[in-house]
Design a protein around this ligand. Sequence first.
Ligand SMILES: *[C@@H]1O[C@H](CO)[C@@H](O)[C@H](O)[C@H]1NC(C)=O
Ligand SMILES: *[C@@H]1O[C@H](CO)[C@@H](O)[C@H](O)[C@H]1NC(C)=O
Ligand SMILES: *[C@@H]1O[C@H](CO)[C@@H](O)[C@H](O)[C@H]1NC(C)=O
Ligand SMILES: *[C@@H]1O[C@H](CO)[C@@H](O)[C@H](O)[C@H]1NC(C)=O
Ligand SMILES: *[C@@H]1O[C@H](CO)[C@@H](O)[C@H](O)[C@H]1NC(C)=O
Length: 295
Amino acid sequence: MRPSALIPALLCAGALVLSFLCLFAGQKKGFMENYHLLTLNTSRIGYNIINTTSENSNNPLTNLFNNITDSLGNELNDVAGDIAEALGIDDFYSVHILDYCYGDYTPGPVANSTLKQSSIHKNVTGCSNRTAMYEFNVTRILEQALNDSGVDVTLGDLNWPDDIQKGIDGLNALFKAQFVLYCIAIGFIAIALLSSLWGLFPSGRLTACCNFMVSLLAFLAIGLASALVTAVIVKGSDVINKYGKEIGIESHKGGKFMALTWAATGLMFLVILDWIFEFCIGHRKHKAATYTKHG
Ligand SMILES: *[C@@H]1O[C@H](CO)[C@@H](O)[C@H](O)[C@H]1NC(C)=O
Ligand SMILES: *[C@@H]1O[C@H](CO)[C@@H](O)[C@H](O)[C@H]1NC(C)=O
Ligand SMILES: *[C@@H]1O[C@H](CO)[C@@H](O)[C@H](O)[C@H]1NC(C)=O
Ligand SMILES: *[C@@H]1O[C@H](CO)[C@@H](O)[C@H](O)[C@H]1NC(C)=O
Ligand SMILES: *[C@@H]1O[C@H](CO)[C@@H](O)[C@H](O)[C@H]1NC(C)=O
């Protein structure tokens, strides 16, 4: 019996739970919504363009804009939130591993003198169907929203930059791979968990060694998944912020998701250290046993 093997078993169990949460966060409305990979803030889409084209009546946006201002009789600033709404576009689109969700910021999308940034919350309207390895295509999602709303505005009218989708397309292979990597990581962590339970019984160095190997594989798998997902988050946000700025969309990085996935990786690292320690202890005990036998 090796009660100290309980520690790596518990650490593995923790890592397993965290990895499952990474995979399933946001998989349905309101379930760990803030653990998104990235959130596209489209609440001010078209704001800049409307500002510059409000005299140019060729752009269908102008009519839409005039209608909104007429009906509200308001300053552009107050109307801004309503542009996305009038276009049928949601305030935000948050990307998760298995789906994306959309909805509106409540009470309003932009902080002002009475509304603090920290008191703005996401109100999720719905989520896409859960799909393993879906392709995140912002252009198609927004086009669909514009079509469904029936307004006579296209993404072209909004000066939608093609570079955004090009940048995201470059990441889609990685984006799809991360689902597979999380599944592999979860598999290895589960094996490492079973293996450390097995390590509870015989106390030879062989079990410590096998456990070390298995947990090393699990660590590499979850580490690779975390590195990849971090790359997708950082690169994706950079691309969207770089090209989206001029049409009023921005991307927020999923800090909480990164914390979750790296915490799982950290736990598996501790498991490895633990098994190295067990191996050395086993080594010392073995030596001591040999000395007493022969000495
Ligand atoms: C909108 O236009 C006004 C006047 O033309 C300008 O002062 C303001 O900075 C513009 N706002 C944006 C966000 O471009
Ligand atoms: C701040 O924003 C909220 C929500 O959009 C709005 O109800 C409120 O009137 C705004 N306050 C000011 C001072 O603009
Ligand atoms: C959404 O984006 C706009 C500008 O693009 C920004 O002013 C606003 O603070 C953002 N809203 C949230 C909730 O982050
Ligand atoms: C969230 O949105 C729904 C409609 O989609 C609305 O009925 C509800 O009041 C909103 N919740 C908050 C807190 O604004
Ligand atoms: C989502 O799934 C439902 C049934 O499960 C289906 O009716 C619907 O068309 C799907 N939606 C999309 C966008 O694929």
